[in-house]
Design a protein around this ligand. Structure first.
Ligand SMILES: Nc1ncnc2c1ncn2[C@@H]1O[C@H](COP(=O)(O)OP(=O)(O)OP(=O)(O)O)[C@@H](O)[C@H]1O
Length: 344
């Protein structure tokens, strides 16, 4: 497998530069230490939305905590808005906005009160804070709810307020940690539109972490795919998918018990690349979808294996992830969840 060649974009005005970050959490309760970052390297050109995509436990939040000065790496360097996150900690804090996974708003205060307080904390005068609060509430479609307590907001409204809170002091770089986790599809799409608008209209650099492939595909102009604390591939979603030639054939089986047999039958056909099993679905990378499907269906019919559905698709980010890590995104998430349960 060829190593990723474009983890660095090189040249231009870089808003974030991350070089070889390593972070190990110490051993706890007879558990071994956890190497959360293992030489993480990537950069983000100014004005770009970069998605740090990886399954749970890949190290995304740890990276964001280091870049937002909330945690320190064991080694490696990171610069944000041209400033070193260790040596220029205070200046970094003023140059960035950070929207953590957990909401930081006060549920008993109104939207306006939350924003005004945040403005005051950042050193804005009272009148500037009030003006900025009104401007942000308007921009995020929250003006009508401005004087309501935040606890009465829907999940989507609360998340928009969280993003607004991160923007009060007009940062140059905005960090969004898993911004749409827990939101329904409509609220998620709504927030995507807001983030797109922000980056387009204001030239804001946005680093967002996500474990939603669809979110990464839709929102990020550049992606860094993270696995076990390292960037395994990077580029625009289109570039990453275009690197995979051919198509992806998915065979959904009526009976999950036959997946192993189907895996070996399909693997034996000509023109077939990697074959993986994902639940009752067997997925294969093929040179040509149009010629592979009749061959796949032929061999399954011959063996009298019932098929629920067959689909042919252009490569997805899941295929990209599979190519660089050897497992599907869903399998990686399940493994990470199982690991967490064991550790608990
Ligand atoms: N404070 C901590 N102490 C010990 N281990 C930690 C700590 N924080 C994170 N980890 C471990 O470090 C690894 C990376 O975690 P991190 O939260 O950075 O991943 P992530 O990609 O953001 O995933 P998630 O979306 O689940 O937060 C995981 O194995 C996690 O269990």
């Amino acid at each position: 497998m060829a190593p990723p060649t474009h983890a660095r974009t090189g040249g231009g005005d870089l808003a974030i530069e991350v070089t070889d970050l390593v972070k190990t959490y110490p051993a706890a309760r007879k558990k071994p230490p956890v190497r959360a970052l293992d030489g993480l390297t990537f950069d983000v050109p100014a004005g770009v939305v970069l998605g740090l995509l990886g399954p749970n436990g890949a190290g995304k939040s740890t990276a964001v905590k280091i870049l937002t000065t909330l945690s320190r790496a064991d080694s490696g360097t990171a610069r944000v808005a041209g400033l070193d996150v260790v040596k220029d900690q205070q200046a970094v804090r003023l140059a960035i906005g950070y929207v953590p996974q957990q909401s930081s708003s006060d549920p008993m205060a109104t939207g306006t009160e939350n924003l005004v307080l945040s403005g005051r904390i950042y050193g804005l005068s009272r009148s500037d804070s009030v003006r900025r609060a009104a401007e942000l509430l308007e921009r995020f479609g929250l003006a009508e709810a401005a004087d309501r307590q935040v606890r009465t907001y829907s999940g989507g409204m609360q998340r928009k307020l969280d993003v607004a809170l991160g923007l009060v002091h007009r940062p140059r770089v905005l960090f969004l940690d898993e911004p749409t986790t827990g939101l329904d599809p409509e609220a998620r799409a709504d927030l995507w539109t807001e983030v797109e608008r922000l980056s387009a209209a204001e030239g804001l650099t946005v680093l967002l972490t996500t474990h939603y492939l669809e979110e990464a595909d839709r929102l990020a102009a550049q992606l860094a795919i993270v696995d076990h604390g390292k960037v395994v591939a990077s580029g625009s979603p289109e570039e990453l998918k275009a690197e995979l030639h051919g198509d992806s054939v998915q065979v959904e089986l009526a009976d999950a018990a036959s997946t192993t047999r189907v895996h070996s039958l399909i693997s034996g056909l000509r023109g077939i690349g990697e074959v993986v099993v994902d639940g009752n679905v067997v997925r294969a990378r093929v040179d040509h979808g149009a010629t592979a499907v009749p061959a796949v269906l032929g061999v399954l019919e011959e063996q009298e294996i019932p098929v629920a559905a067959v689909t042919v698709a252009r490569p997805t980010l899941d295929d990209v992830y599979l190519r660089y890590t050897g497992r599907t995104f869903r399998a990686a998430e399940q493994a990470s969840d199982a690991e967490k349960e064991r550790a608990a």
